[in-house]
Design a protein around this ligand. Sequence first.
Ligand SMILES: Nc1ncnc2c1ncn2[C@@H]1O[C@H](COP(=O)(O)OP(=O)(O)OP(=O)(O)O)[C@@H](O)[C@H]1O
Ligand SMILES: [Mg+2]
Length: 271
Amino acid sequence: MTGAFPGTRAASSTAPGARSKSLHLHAVRKQYGGRTVVNIEDLVLGAHGIEGLIGPNGAGKTTLMKLITNVVSPDSGRIEYHLPDETVLLSAKKPDAIARMGIVKSNQVIQDFESLSIRESLLLALAGAKEEKFWKVLSDKTFQRRAVQEIDEYLDIFSFQNPDGTAGSAGEKKLLDILRCLLLKPRFLLMDEPTAGLPQEETDKVMDLMRTKTRENDLSILIIEHDLDLIWQTCEYVHFMAEGEILLQGTPTEVRNNATVAEKYLGASHA
Ligand SMILES: Nc1ncnc2c1ncn2[C@@H]1O[C@H](COP(=O)(O)OP(=O)(O)OP(=O)(O)O)[C@@H](O)[C@H]1O
Ligand SMILES: [Mg+2]
């Protein structure tokens, strides 16, 4: 297991299994009302295929993801996106530019999709991924044909009650948000409690899809989840956050068996 401050070289190594991109955070701080909610000295994300970010309520997990997508600006520090030929300073980019670079965040609290049908929402995501002025591509017949095919592939996997209607339950909205993110063709997917409220069967399908996507598409995924069984089963590497800081990192087995995690998060029953 590495300590809280791993060297940043590991992620850019050419060792087998190394990923082609990673996020590097250096001395990143965020305060709300004088209280520090994120305080990260050095953190590399995305060196493994699917990574987990766990920690108690209020640890700063969601804020950390919002800092990466620059929906929230850090008070200080640097967040860099390392690609094979360039390094991009994310805190200098707008959220929509970051999304177009392929860093996409799913939402813990789902926005209102109520005015659009499930199919329309997915079509909009596909069009938005293709071009900034998405209304231009919406009327393109070739785009429409391909889009329907791609959307149908997803709709065949998941059981929406009525894809031509609006998303009904909280679970359907959550699923729709995940599919919307995938249609944006992310290279780095930040998933904030993606399966909270989903039936187990749908959760399993989402996770299977994520595993396939990381294998086939050079996609890196960071998942925040309180369902720790899902984390242990799905993630290759886990970061443990508490009170704004990354306290531990390691394989699921290493993190699961660590006394600090047991004490600060899992409670006595898991210790
Ligand atoms: N916009 C905001 N204004 C003020 N305080 C905020 C704001 N956003 C987050 N916080 C506070 O920052 C802390 C970290 O919140 P955050 O949502 O990042 O935690 P979290 O780890 O995602 O928790 P949870 O597991 O409950 O989702 C909390 O104490 C929260 O109340
Ligand atoms: Mg959160």
